[in-house]
Write a protein that binds this ligand. Sequence first.
Ligand SMILES: O=C(O)C(=O)C[C@H](O)[C@@H](O)CO
Length: 269
Amino acid sequence: MQLPSNQFKSALRQMPTSSSLYGIWAGMASAYSAEILATTGHDWILLDGEHAPNTVPTLLGQLQALAAYPVNPVVRIPHGDPALIKQVLDIGAQSLMVPMVESAAQAAALVRAMRYPPAGIRGVGGGLIRATRWDAVADYIPQADQALCLVVQIESSLGVEHAAQIAAVEGVDAIFIGPADLSTSMGHAGNASHAEVQHSIRRTIDCCLAQGKACGILAPNEQDARRYAEWGCSFIAISIDIPLLRQAALASLARFRASPAPASGRQAY
Ligand SMILES: O=C(O)C(=O)C[C@H](O)[C@@H](O)CO
């Protein structure tokens, strides 16, 4: 069989000329829930291994559930440990997001962790791993790199300071801005709308575009998402599954609490 192609990586390469890629953040750590999201038509789904209770096996289940749908999974790992990168690539993740990257050296080390020797340090799993479809993919090793996509997160003042150098690293496919961590790092916790944070976000986008790389961001607020798209962000996570669920449940309950059902009479369905 052929190595599955990475449509997400191909689309990012055409950025910023093509239209935005809209993503949804999956924090439920559930294959069942991820599969539901896969039916909604989003371009990409972020499987969050940093702040959701995911492990390598739960990520595997989600990747398997998504494989039947035309959606691009992006796996966020909790940190850039080469051993974890190896495990997540081995289960067949092709697009990785790594949080809190603050220097070009750190980004370059991530690129090496994703590549086989001599270009990098990734260990060979051969017929043991899903990435090779247990050796059904002929010649996986020489082709692997073309289908792997590295997205690094800039989400601190230091990261913003080094954004141009980070974006310039060969093998970094895209930058993703984390507004929650960035605003917190700048002393404006929970307020990514603060003018200083907005300035840093715009500066990071500009640095990224100047290096010819795609830039993405998490923006569940519609006005923010539209503004970031105007500034040049080309892949935007526009919602997060957990707040969607919670807000829908709260709104549903509020309708009944606000106007209690009549004490008698027929119930309407
Ligand atoms: O800093 C950010 O913003 C992010 O990296 C995304 C958050 O971690 C996300 O989990 C908030 O729900």
